[in-house]
Ligand binder design. Structure first.
Ligand code: URA
Length: 209
């Protein structure tokens, strides 16, 4: 699908299957989410620009590659986005972190904002917005609206599962933002859940159901 990269690495797909199982425990779900987020982060950053830096090894001087430009920003859509942060920060410890607090009105499925905190210079950085589930797309669209208001223009979106309906809404609102996901599932049900999905990601990672 145009603008969508499905990360089909066997380890990602295997871990995702275990996460989908209803009998997977909260502890197991959290551990797998951390592991899978590291792999997803590896894939979403694979085309980052490098620049050469003069360094000295114990033996000689060489020009060696380092990441170019300012540190990345990981923008977590609360609360489920936080489940992806830890593994990503293990891989890119220097990344800055933005938090965007939105909840879904269960009647209208609209995203309501209650918190926003991002680095001042978000406009000059690559921002990777994370939320495990791209369902209706309302939360991710609203989050990216807000980041763009602050000047961010180099944005990628990372999720675990995406519904075709969510992808369509998202791409209508933000055609410039590429989506990375481990799976495009079948559809959304009448309650806005992704089918077959994995249930409520926040509840499964925090044991709140
Ligand atoms: N949010 C979730 O956590 N799960 C879904 O299936 C849809 C939205």
């Amino acid at each position: 699908m145009n603008g969508v990269t499905v990360i089909d690495h066997p380890l990602v797909q295997h871990k995702l299957t275990i996460m989908r199982k209803k009998e997977t425990s909260t502890a197991g779900f959290r551990r797998l989410l951390k592991e899978i987020s590291t792999l997803l982060c590896y894939e979403i950053t694979r085309d980052l620009e490098l620049t050469m830096e003069r360094i000295e090894t114990p033996l000689t001087e060489i020009d060696a590659p380092v990441l170019e430009g300012k540190k990345l920003v990981f923008a977590s859509i609360l609360r489920a986005g936080n489940g992806l942060l830890e593994g990503m920060l293990d891989l890119v410890p220097s990344a800055r972190v933005a938090h965007i607090g939105l909840y879904r009105d269960h009647e209208t499925l609209e995203a309501i904002e209650y918190y926003f905190k991002a680095p001042e210079d978000v406009a000059n950085r690559l921002v990777i917005v994370v939320d495990p589930m791209l369902a209706t797309g309302n939360s991710s669209i609203a989050s990216i609206d807000k980041l763009k208001e602050r000047g961010a223009h180099n944005i990628r979106f990372l999720c675990l599962l995406a519904a075709p309906e969510g992808i369509a809404n998202f791409q209508k609102a933000h055609p410039d933002v590429p989506i990375y996901t481990a799976s495009i599932d079948s559809h959304l049900n009448e309650k806005g859940y992704i089918v077959p999905g994995l249930g409520d990601a926040g509840d499964r990672m925090y044991g709140t159901k």
